[in-house]
Ligand binder design. Structure first.
Ligand code: NAP
Length: 481
């Protein structure tokens, strides 16, 4: 499937497709081949100021559209995404590397968020509050917060944006989008689609370029009322600190370090299949990817044998190859990080069960890897791996597994496999994670709240809660009645 008709090599500011002021560009490469597939503007603070001013100017008229008009625009956007599903998926695979089937899943999910928030827009109601004294009417009403800046990562360049643009546009906010530099094309094409379906100029602005300069302007500009960020905990903390200067609302979807616990009573095949999806999806580069597998002693040997057998059989190939199950990693630094994690673990007593290094395909491909004998001293016990390396720890009892699972600053996703319903409820109570999958790993949907605890983030995306952060509640008291 061709995707070239969906490539936009300019930024969208106030309804115009423009180059960077100084004409500078950034190459976008296909991680599977190293080929340059596009050149996008390398914009900075001045362009960002203009984009923010455009969004600010467009806000009153957009917020003033009737609900029916806004919902119609959202529905058209949903349809436009679905009409372009194959091309958008091919574009995503070309710039990000994930297998085409995963890209299709991501783009479909993006469309799902847009439709969900189109429906939620109708439910942003307020309340009439019984007055404690007579002659008064007390009410709350909800209003769009204003200009929103959305900053997104490279690992899900489409769906992470959908979770932000969906609620922002549904609530009546105007937006500046800053996609990741490695994968800007999926973000730029959203600009094209919103324009095509009739969103007024200035409502959606998309900027590519220097994260430091664009981010610096976003955090300090008084016209931006909210920042919604998905990315690393390190950058998230920096934005939190910087946004304090102008007291902006912030939503943070940050890093994870997901435990995956397999109890002796688990359905072995189901647990192995779940572990493969939870670990190797997007070559291990997802925030909710399994980071640490804890396997109970009674099932440890059987689990590790079956897991390694299936991991060894995974098809590593460019994402647009038929049957590809694991594509390339995003860049050389990511490969080196895997090598460092493995070297650290081997020096501390881990064993390679399968994989263990770069793939014979060369380039940015890495072998799906399973390590046995993992211990808390190894770096991945506390750090996010973000790649196709699966360390397996052995444990003896439930309390020990829960303690180990919670022993991290992160709190995004956790998974467990058990046939005991009582244990499932105990895990629900005790695991300090925003998302919990019991005997299931594909747990994300527009209908459910996605968000982390602890240093994994602030706020929720998806569900009825996902639009809350884009709305301001006003209280009005009418007296003298
Ligand atoms: P990242 O390095 O933090 O970058 C995320 C975004 O922030 C990119 O657009 C980046 O731009 C931008 N950025 C970097 N420095 C900035 C600054 N000083 N001010 C403003 N923006 C700045 O993260 P990543 O490597 O793209 O993504 C991987 C991380 O995202 C992982 O930690 C993963 O767990 C996390 N993640 C979390 C979720 C979730 O929902 N919780 C979902 C997906 C990913 P450049 O690309 O130009 O540097």
């Amino acid at each position: 499937m061709s995707y070239t008709h969906l490539i936009r090599e300019a930024n969208l500011i106030d309804g115009a497709w423009v180059a960077a002021d100084l004409g500078r560009t950034i190459d976008v490469t296909n991680p599977a081949t190293g080929e340059v597939i596009a050149r996008v503007p390398n914009a900075g603070a001045a362009e960002t100021r203009r984009a923010i001013a455009a969004a600010y100017a467009a806000f009153p008229a957009y917020a003033g559209l009737s609900l029916n008009e806004r919902v119609l625009l959202m529905r058209r956007l949903h349809q436009a995404i679905m009409d372009n599903l194959d091309g958008l998926a091919a574009l995503l695979t070309a710039e990000q590397g994930k297998p085409l089937a995963e890209s299709k899943g991501e783009v479909t999910s993006s469309a799902g968020y847009v439709l969900w928030f189109a429906e939620e827009a109708r439910r942003t109601d307020g309340a009439v509050i019984p007055s404690p004294v007579s002659g008064r009417r007390l009410m709350t009403t909800r209003h769009p917060v204003g200009v929103v800046a959305a900053i997104t990562p490279w690992n899900f360049p489409s769906s992470m944006l959908a979770r932000k643009l969906g609620p922002a546009l549904a609530a009546g906010c105007t937006v500046i989008v800053k996609p990741a530099t490695a994968t800007p094309l999926s973000g730029l094409v959203w600009g094209h689609l919103t324009e095509q379906v009739g969103f007024p100029k200035g409502v959606v602005n998309v900027l590519t370029g220097s994260a430091r300069e664009i981010g610096g302007e976003i955090v300090s500009n008084h016209q931006v009322r909210k920042i919604t960020f998905t990315g690393s905990t390190e950058i998230g903390k920096q934005i939190l600190r910087d946004a304090a200067g102008t007291v902006k609302r912030v939503s943070m979807e940050l890093g994870g370090n997901a435990p995956f616990i397999v109890f002796d009573d688990a359905d072995l095949e189901r647990a192995v299949d779940g572990a493969i999806v939870a670990k190797f999806r997007n070559a291990g580069q997802t925030c909710i990817c399994t980071n640490r597998l804890y396997v109970q002693s009674g099932i440890y040997d059987r689990f590790i044998a079956r897991f390694a057998e299936k991991v060894t059989a995974l098809k590593v190939a460019p994402g647009d190859t038929t049957g590809a199950e694991q594509g390339p990693m995003i860049d050389t630094a990511a490969l080196e990080k895997m090598e460092d994690f493995i070297a650290d673990a081997l020096a501390k007593g881990a064993q390679v069960i399968t994989g263990g290094g770069r793939h014979q395909r060369g380039g940015l491909f890495f072998q799906p890897t399973v390590l046995g004998g993992a211990t808390p001293e190894m770096r991945f016990s506390t750090e996010e791996i973000f790649g196709p390396v699966a360390p397996v720890y052995r444990f003896d009892d439930e309390d020990e597994a829960i303690r180990a699972a919670n022993d991290t600053e992160y709190g995004l996703a956790a998974y467990a496999y058990t046939q005991s319903l009582a244990r499932a409820f105990r895990l629900q109570d005790k695991l300090e994670y925003g998302l919990i999958g019991i005997n299931e790993v594909m747990i994300v949907a527009p209908e459910v709240p996605f968000g982390g605890m602890k240093e994994s983030g602030l706020g929720k995306e998806g569900s009825w809660q996902g639009i809350d952060d884009y709305l301001e509640t006003k209280y009005t008291c009418i007296g003298g009645l």
